[in-house]
Design a protein around this ligand. Structure first.
Ligand SMILES: [Fe+2]
Ligand SMILES: [Fe+2]
Length: 384
């Protein structure tokens, strides 16, 4: 079982990085060559990498090991206790509802759904790799953090494994070992990791719970049983986010100065812009499950922004009418860029065709960034 294998890796104390790769190979047939054209039947070629593709991260592990967490020691222990409780230990077990043929999901809905599974699986797996690596590197220097990261890796391994099994229902599997070896890892300093992982966990929570609630009200759109698992699943993401909130609050420089306010709004805007572009590029998937993509995007962003007020010193003012209008203009420009990328013209011509649309995106993002934010520290009362 993939979940078991990934969990075994999460618990392995081996120190060479190959150890993180090999145990999953039997589960997801390995690929000998990086060329996706040579993929074996049933193995899904990873989506073409763009700025919007879920990314893989690495960080300065020594700096994390040296972090002083004493300001939030109690909160940290409470967050760790929540992770140890392992509320979803028995949740990710496939029920009999999965045991049927899924050929009736076809055409555009099928490919949109597979892409949704793939993106979700990749981002869960990306979380697993980062947490697992943090856990290994901190084992002897920050045992409390190391344990917490190992438990986070346990959850993400379950999530990625469950999604990969869902892909298998559609005759495909993501080659996770191939992804591990061939993806480029983006370096983020620990401060950026804390801001972005906090946000991605919280936005993940809202994405899953809003979809779950919608399908509770409209079961006729529940085209596949995976969605039933989202309610407990998103609680994992919520706990992960809470753990990162404690990390963030333990580092005063991440919230008590003007720079931290600028960084907070910068990361909120980056995550929201990426979400908008991703959702509005895939309207057919959301429509196939009866969701209005624009509405969904707006709700996810507004809720995540509101939640971030508990951790960040400054958030964005999503109530301004221009806020979503500008984000959606970016999505239109992004679609133009995608059309140009597929028009088979020479690269040099494509480059000049793209320039005005890139300028639109940058201009809208700049305008959004310059909007007055909402300060959250003054209204916080007591620091937590
Ligand atoms: Fe997850
Ligand atoms: Fe998570």
């Amino acid at each position: 079982m993939l979940v078991t294998n990934l969990w075994a890796i999460a618990n392995s104390g081996k120190d060479d990085s190959e150890a993180t790769i090999n145990p999953i190979e039997p589960m997801v047939s390995s690929i000998d060559t990086p060329k996706s054209a040579n993929l074996k039947p049933g193995i899904k070629a990873p989506v073409k990498e763009t700025l919007l593709t879920p990314r893989f991260y690495t960080t300065n592990f020594d700096a994390v090991a040296e972090m002083d967490l004493s300001g939030q020691q109690q909160e940290l222990e409470a967050a760790l206790a929540e992770l140890r409780a392992d509320y979803n230990r028995y949740h990710f077990v496939r029920n009999e509802e999965f045991e049927q043929c899924w050929e009736h999901i076809d055409g555009e809905t099928r490919s949109a759904f597979i892409e949704f599974l793939e993106r979700s699986c990749t981002s869960e797996f990306s979380g697993f790799l980062l947490f697992k690596e943090l856990s290994r590197k901190l084992k002897d220097r920050q045992p409390l953090l190391a344990e917490a990261f190992s438990l986070l890796a346990r959850d993400e391994a379950r999530h990625a494994g469950f999604l990969n099994k869902a892909m298998a229902d559609f005759g495909l599997s993501l080659d996770l070992s191939y992804l591990t070896k061939n993806r480029t890892y983006t370096f983020f300093p620990p401060e950026w990791v804390i801001y972005t992982v906090y946000l991605s966990e919280k936005i993940g929570y809202w994405r899953y719970i809003l979809m779950y609630r919608h399908l509770e009200k409209h079961p006729e759109y529940r085209i596949y049983p995976l969605f039933r698992y989202f309610e407990n699943w998103c609680q994992d993401e919520n706990r992960h986010g809470d753990f990162f909130k404690v990390l963030l609050r333990s580092q005063p420089k991440l919230w008590n100065n003007w720079k931290s306010r600028l960084w907070s709004r910068f990361f909120l805007l980056s995550v929201f812009a990426t979400h908008t572009l991703t959702v509005l590029e895939r309207t057919n998937f959301y429509e196939s499950v009866g969701i209005d993509p624009r509405d969904y995007n707006r709700q996810v962003i507004a809720k995540t922004n509101e939640t971030a007020a508990r951790a960040f010193p400054s958030i964005l003012d999503t109530d301004r009418p221009e806020f979503f209008q500008r984000l959606e203009k970016c999505a239109v420009a992004n679609q133009k860029l995608a059309e140009i990328a597929n028009n088979n013209r020479p690269k040099a011509i494509q480059f000049f065709q793209k320039l005005p649309w890139i300028a639109v995106i940058l201009w809208q993002l700049l305008r959004l960034y310059l909007l007055k934010g909402i300060d959250t520290e003054d209204s916080r009362g007591t620091v937590y």
